[in-house]
Design a protein around this ligand. Structure first.
Ligand code: HEC
Length: 122
């Protein structure tokens, strides 16, 4: 009887360890996909709202006001906050997006713009 319960205890331990391992690996898998979703969402928002004028990081209205990293740096727009501010409030021929996009969406799309700029809009 004693031997039996020790055996059962070990079996339980194995099951618990197995469960823990499954739990941990699910969480490890989840972290990158959560980030992936954010980036995809940024890309989608960009396709819907920005690509008309800024395809491939360009600017069809004001060619020199493009979204290339050099231009963003020169215009002090090389941070998510600065881009988000411009997107939110608009500037000259670019309209404000604060009524069309939520705060989070503006941040997501701005982060996407900065990331693409840093990667050369490939
Ligand atoms: C109707 C065309 C149009 C659309 C759509 C548009 N933009 Fe613009 N964007 C412009 C114009 C024009 C400027 C230049 C504004 C200025 O005079 O400084 C600009 C400037 C910018 C700049 C600053 C570039 C620089 O180097 O000074 C950023 C960043 C930007 N847009 C991001 C976005 C994002 C993100 C979206 C989508 C949410 C978007 N734009 C949608 C026309 C547009």
């Amino acid at each position: 009887m004693l031997i039996h319960s020790i055996y059962e205890g070990k079996k339980m331990q194995k099951i618990i360890i197995a469960c823990l391992l499954i739990f941990i690996s699910i969480n490890i898998i989840k972290i990158p996909t959560a980030l992936g979703v954010e980036i995809t969402k940024g890309g989608e928002l960009f396709q819907i709202h920005c690509v008309g004028c800024h395809a491939k990081g360009g600017n069809i209205v004001r060619r020199w006001k493009n979204l290339k990293i050099r231009t963003l740096k020169k215009n002090k727009l090389d941070s998510v906050e600065a881009i988000a501010y411009l997107v939110k409030n608009g500037k000259n021929n670019m309209s404000a997006y604060k009524d069309r996009l939520t705060e989070t969406e503006i941040e997501t799309v701005s982060a996407y713009v900065l990331e693409q700029a840093e990667n050369g809009w490939r």
